[in-house]
Ligand binder design. Structure first.
Ligand code: 0X9
Ligand code: CA
Ligand code: ZN
Length: 346
């Protein structure tokens, strides 16, 4: 055989191996952080592109019970990807709706992983677990793991501790705090009118495309329960956040929060503290106050691991899986609680 021929065969074998390994990597990418050469890298944490491709493949692999869709676009034009999980997923059925949101705040990377892994878990266990099948059959679950993709991308590529979105405020400052930009009690305590502030509320309520997308989406689907994941501090927070006064449904929301905290603790012994959101600090214009004011439904912020400022937002990769594991039963409990509403109200 000529030397040139040998080289060609060797080259083919090499290409074969590369293709084999890249397809193995692709298969691995479902429900697991993946790296593709040249892409921004967040290790085992998911980048924006990785969230997109995972939700897409996840829905494709479970097409009768999952739908991959966008609820709108960010300021820089990124889609706010969502996955809807339900039986008869293509139709809007008369079923209670539950919502899990992640990453209003860019640097809170773990808040992407928990709702994303919950989506994977639900879909992967539909056939195997009667409890999960029942939940998916009787409810409609919407998961939006990355509400602030522009900020998240910036956190991955430029400034790990970036919090806000990437609005150019026109004065040399960037970013609006999306969790101060909702309309209910907008401009109140715990929000700032200073564009340079980490809690800058924006020039007006819903000035940002990301919060407008959430507003329109949530108004349309009318959830019966919601969890917005944040980090850090290990808290289960319920409205009000803008005032220390108790919300009308404080008793219910507190009791559900206590049960969620108990369920979390039962998994790895980690303590999350249930509290009215104002107990952390007063903050106005957040997701939960707005949703609760609109629909009077249980609406939580879960502040994930860690407990304190070391390691703060930079949670080691080794804690992704346990943080998901402990939060899974709490989310399942809240979603299943919605089913009980049907029997008691009919
Ligand atoms: O400040 C926030 O937006 C949340 N904490 S974080 O460290 N993830 O930024 C807490 C929001 C809780 N809501 C109120 N206290 N109103
Ligand atoms: Ca359904
Ligand atoms: Zn946050």
């Amino acid at each position: 055989m000529a030397k040139g021929e040998k080289m060609k065969i060797l080259k083919k074998i090499l290409v074969g191996f590369v293709l084999l390994f890249s397809s193995l990597t692709l298969m691995n990418s479902i429900c697991d952080g993946d790296d593709e050469p040249g892409d921004p890298d967040a290790g085992l944490y998911h980048t924006y592109d990785e969230v997109q491709s995972e939700l897409d493949s996840l829905a494709a692999a479970h097409e009768s019970i999952a739908d991959f869709t966008s609820i709108g676009k960010s300021l820089q034009g990124r889609d706010l990807w969502a996955i809807k999980i339900s039986d008869n997923v293509q139709s809007d059925e008369d079923e209670k709706v539950g919502v899990l949101l992640g990453a209003h705040h860019a640097r809170e990377w773990i808040s992407v992983e928990v709702p994303l892994k919950i989506a994977c878990y639900l879909l992967d266990n539909y056939d195997a677990q009667a409890q999960i099948k029942n939940l998916i059959d009787q409810t409609e679950i919407w998961i939006v793991p990355m509400v602030n993709p522009d900020g998240h991308h910036y956190s991955v590529t430029s400034d790990r501790l970036w919090r806000k979105n990437r609005r150019n405020n026109g004065d040399g400052s960037y970013g609006v705090d999306l969790n101060r930009n909702y309309s209910y009690q907008w401009g109140g305590p715990g929000s700032s009118g200073d564009t340079f502030s980490e809690t800058y509320r924006g020039p007006e309520p819903f000035s940002e495309p990301e919060t407008r997308a959430c507003r329109d989406f949530l108004t349309n689907i009318e959830p019966s329960a919601l969890i917005s994941y944040h980090s850090y501090s290990q808290l289960v927070l319920f409205p009000w956040g803008y005032t220390n006064s108790p919300a009308p449904d404080k008793t219910l929301m507190e009791s559900l929060a206590k049960t969620m905290a108990d369920k979390i603790k039962a998994v790895h012994g980690v303590t999350y503290t249930p509290d009215q959101a104002s107990g952390l600090y007063l903050a106005s214009g957040d997701t939960n106050d707005w949703l609760y004011a609109l629909l009077r439904v249980p609406s939580y912020t879960i502040e994930l691991r860690p407990r304190s400022s070391y390691p703060g937002f930079v949670l080691p990769e080794s804690e992704i899986q346990p943080t998901f594991e402990e939060n899974l039963p709490a989310a399942l409990f809240l979603l299943e609680w919605m089913i009980s509403l049907d029997t008691s109200s009919q």
